[in-house]
Write a protein that binds this ligand. Structure first.
Ligand code: SF4
Length: 340
């Protein structure tokens, strides 16, 4: 039996992140620690703008690129006037020079008025990543997000209607979480057919209101095991709908690592989840095979995740009848499963 991995092809253009911690945010959300997540505290937009211009010029002079410019860490569409326009005109200048090929930003689903989106699109914005976090009214309310599940869906629709590509960010394990909620959020997100998704299981970070709730025993985060299992399931759903999952779990960052008090923060979270998702796919194929498997050929690009983190999935493959001696890695895009 021959089959390919269901994950859509990754983008070949490198992302150039520009962090604008909390810029434009109407308030600080219960769980948010953008400053620690990004390791940046500067919110002087002029300083960020000038540093970006100089870095882009250096990159152009050195013949680097092309890049997708990504404005992250705040609420880009609600930046004070004229910063959204100024950042986008800067990006447009470097797009003309061939250094920048695409521009994306992150924002909240309640900050995407149609006229704002069409204005920013005309200035060169291509993709909007919405920090949806959840479509569930209860979780949104308990997390103090300030909008409803309906408003979250509406925000996604407005982005698509404005002719922009959509990215969805979900934050499973928020206050108000309950069994099955993340599965439902993933189903709703997949139905909205975003180009990309980011899945960041909720962490308790020092200095946030959520940390105080956790200290009082009012909030219990997900375990790493639960996060890996739920993320793996989510990956299968999103891959089946051709959604690129571009990040799971926050990137390791010194300031974040030392500030996480509780929750599923593990550097190999994504690798474990991807490995588990792949295992569930192989299991399915073994069932379809209708006989005892004798060998599995795996495209070499999946060699780092087939067995999850530190070989944790080797026993599961052994149980499937695929011990290490029956698995080989090869060039090419196909998985090949043979039976006796
Ligand atoms: S979660 Fe988003 S909207 Fe809330 S404070 Fe953080 S960056 Fe701002």
């Amino acid at each position: 039996m021959r089959y390919t991995h269901p994950e859509p092809a990754p983008s070949t253009v490198r992302v150039w992140p520009v962090f604008l911690p909390f810029a434009g945010c109407p308030h600080r959300c219960l769980f948010c620690a953008q400053d620690k997540q990004t390791g940046r505290t500067a919110t002087d937009l002029d300083a960020i703008l000038h540093a970006l211009e100089s870095d882009l010029r250096d990159a152009l002079d050195q013949g680097r690129g092309p890049y997708e410019l990504a404005f992250y860490g705040g609420t880009f569409t609600a930046l004070p006037t004229p910063y959204p326009e100024t950042f986008l005109s800067l990006a447009a200048r470097f797009r003309e020079a061939g250094l920048v090929t695409r521009v994306r930003c992150s924002t909240r689903p309640d900050c995407v008025a149609p006229d704002t989106l069409s204005r920013l699109r005309a200035l060169g914005l291509d993709l909007v990543e919405l920090g949806i976090q959840s479509f569930d009214d209860l979780a949104l309310e308990a997390s103090g997000r300030g909008y409803s599940g309906e408003a979250a869906k509406k925000g996604c629709a407005l982005v698509r209607e404005a002719g922009l590509a959509l990215g969805i960010q979900l934050l499973p394990g928020l206050p108000g979480d309950r069994p099955g909620l993340f599965r439902e959020d993933i189903r709703l997100a997949a139905d909205l057919e975003p180009e990309t998704a980011r899945l960041y299981p909720c962490l308790v970070v020092r200095g946030t209101p959520l940390a105080r709730a956790w200290e009082r025993g009012e909030y219990v985060p997900w375990t790493t095991e639960r996060a890996v299992t739920e993320l793996a399931e989510a990956l299968r759903v999103l891959w089946a709908r051709r959604v690129r999952v571009i990040r799971m779990g926050l990137a390791p960052e010194e300031t974040l690592d030392e500030s996480v008090l509780a929750g599923p923060h593990h550097p190999a979270l994504g690798q474990s989840a991807r490995g588990l998702a792949l295992l569930s796919l192989v299991r399915e194929k073994v069932r379809e095979l209708g006989g005892k498997p004798v060998s599995l050929t795996v495209p070499r690009r999946y060699s780092g995740e087939l067995y999850g983190h530190a070989g944790e999935l080797k026993p599961a493959y052994f149980e499937l009848g695929l011990p290490e001696t029956a698995v080989r890695f090869a060039d090419g895009p196909d998985f090949v499963l043979r039976r006796a």
